[in-house]
Each structure stands twice: as structure tokens, then as C-alpha cells.
Ligand binder design. Sequence first.
Ligand code: ZN
Length: 192
Amino acid sequence: MTLLKIATIGHPLLRERSREVSLPELGSAEVQTLIDDLIETMRDANGAGIAAPQCYRLLRICVIEVKGNPRYPHLPDIPLLVLVNPVITPLSPETFNNYEGCLSVPNLRGLVARHTHVKLAYTDRAGQPIEREVRGLAACILQHECDHLDGTLFVDRVKDPRSLTTLADYERFHRGAFLDSLRVLLNAEVSR
Ligand code: ZN
């Protein structure tokens, strides 16, 4: 496996639409190796997810995993998900203001409204079509990763630019209030 280079904001590739992956292509050694490399790169960079275009490959593939993440110590664990050609449909107008960061936008966080209940349709890495409902923080992370496949970065969706903060100032001034609102979301998720 190989650690991939991560493109940062300003690189034109991050603004392009990635293309669908065909089934024969998904079965190829090249794409299976790319998936392994994306997983390794995400884990190495302590990301909660990474999308192929962030690693200079314009294919509709992203991976998500949260496991005791030091960049996001407040996040509950989310088991590894490999999404090929994912499609997200909101199932409720309800949103959550998520303080997001991105491996392609170094040292910046900002508040983005994300749907908290979505339908996720995708193909897994073995080529099986899967449909499931996703709620809470995992739904928010999904929307962030899938945005990358359409050339959208979280900064495009920040409604109030005054919420933008460096990581150090997020921890100093914003983390407390955000963790309070996150607790409300996570409790709502657990009580469902
Ligand atoms: Zn990102």
C-alpha cells in the first residue's frame, strides 16, 4: 500500500466533478489498490474520511472511518465504509450545524448545516449495490465526503463566514459550545 498525496484548496482538480466507476473497472487491480491506498492515507492523516479526487483521482469513490480520531476526539466511532458511486437523498429537512474541517483545507474549521437523516445508495468494493439509512453525525460526514465528488468543499457551504476559525482558535473559543450542541444530536440519535 502507498500513502497518497493530498491536494489542497486552490488545486483545480478539487473543483471538478468525478466520474462514475463502472463494475469491470471496480473489479480491476488498479481501482482495488486505489481503495486500499485511500484507506491507508485517511488513517495516516487522521481524517474522518477521504474522497478519491482529494488524491488526484477523479473517480466517485470515498472512504469513511472514525476510530478514536485525535483530530476529532468528540466523534463517536464509525466503522469503515467504502463507497463507490454514492448517492445521498435527504429524508428529513432537519439539519445540524456541524463544525467541519477537511484534509484539503489545512488548519481551518467552519460551521456547515447538514441533513441529519439521509438515504445512502452506493456500491461496495465487491460490486454489491447497497441502500441504507444513515442518521446523525455519520450522515453529516457522508455529505461532506460526497460533496468532494462534485467539486464542492465545505467552505462553499459555510453560511456564516464568521464561524471560520483556525484549529487552535476552534479549540480555544468554539469547541465548548459545539460539543454541547453535538451532545444533543448524539442523544437524539441514541434515543431513536
Ligand atoms: Zn474534505
